[in-house]
Design a protein around this ligand. Structure first.
Ligand code: DGL
Length: 289
């Protein structure tokens, strides 16, 4: 039995929080693509993000994958339908799993969503939460991404910024909002800091964790058929069945569009382990080295 090959796409290093959550739950061969040369996506238009994401999808498909996870909240929020249309494997985004988990834990059917500016403007979370019967307030927190990348995880400046953002969000939130959705790849790193700021009664939902559960279920239930086709597709149909609980060792491969050294440095912080196996990729030219 072979392990599934899971492609993971993000604008940069943040999607490693999703990779970490998946790797803890599911043995697989993980192929991670971080578009580090073009991040942040959180300030870009939907057209641009869709174009970048489709380029990355094509690249990952060439490496042979059974499933593609869009770890980037912004790319999911702005371009999931376009990515799904371009892909030849099933695609999982982070918005729906995050919204479904929020609905599961909310008693009052009301949530606060914190995310990048682009994710908030798309209202993808508001709409997904509404489909689950929840009202929400979406709050853009653009300073969190650079603060986390700076390594200011437990830092007075980050705490001060968080108090301001969350104070503003709480003032405008629907009555009884009892869930805080971390709708950006970088935010799980500051979850302990946010935990201290929000009321104890407020549940924190992490899209990374929720997505990992969905992916695990898909693999275990062998649901990796393309939604528009009835047969398993791609290389997988020519290989032995995949196994969620196989004793084979999971492997990690990383592809980035900017400096591999910078990625390795940041990745160690995000993933909590040393990262090797990083290749530089130029989407126009293919792998350079
Ligand atoms: N990965 C992005 C997200 O989850 C955050 C970083 C960026 O703006 O590119 O929204």
């Amino acid at each position: 039995m072979t392990l599934p090959r899971i492609g993971v796409f993000d604008s940069g290093v943040g999607g490693l929080t999703v990779l970490k959550a998946m790797a803890e739950q599911l043995p697989a061969h993980y192929l991670y693509f971080g578009d580090t040369a073009r991040l942040p996506y959180g300030t870009k238009s939907a057209e641009t993000v869709a174009r970048y994401a489709i380029g990355a999808t094509r690249f990952l498909e060439k490496q042979t994958i059974d499933l593609l996870v869009i770890a980037c909240n912004t790319a999911t929020a702005l371009a999931l339908p376009q990515i799904k249309a371009a892909a030849h494997v099933p695609v999982v985004g982070v918005v729906e799993p995050g919204a479904a988990m929020a609905a599961e834990v909310s008693q009052n059917h009301a949530a606060i969503v914190i995310a990048t500016e682009a994710t908030v403007s798309s209202h993808a979370y508001r709409d997904a939460l509404q489909r689950h019967g929840l009202q929400s307030l979406e709050k853009a927190c653009p300073l969190f991404v650079p603060l986390v990348e700076e390594g200011w995880i437990e830092h007075p400046v980050t705490e001060q910024v968080a108090r301001i953002y969350l104070g503003e969000a709480t003032a405008q939130a629907p009555d009884g909002a009892d869930v805080l959705v971390l709708a950006c790849t970088h935010y799980p790193l500051i979850a302990p800091l946010l935990r201290r700021i929000v009321p104890e009664s407020m549940q924190i939902v992490d899209s990374a964790e929720s997505t990992a559960r969905v992916v695990k279920k898909m693999v275990e239930e062998n649901l990796m058929c393309h939604p528009e086709r009835s047969e398993p597709i791609g290389e997988r149909s020519r290989r032995p069945p995949i196994a969620a609980g196989s004793s084979q060792h999971r492997t990690f491969r990383f592809y980035v569009t900017d400096s591999t050294d910078k990625f390795k440095r940041l990745a160690t912080r995000f993933l909590g382990r040393q990262v090797d196996n990083v290749e530089h990729v130029d989407l126009e030219e293919g792998i350079r080295n």
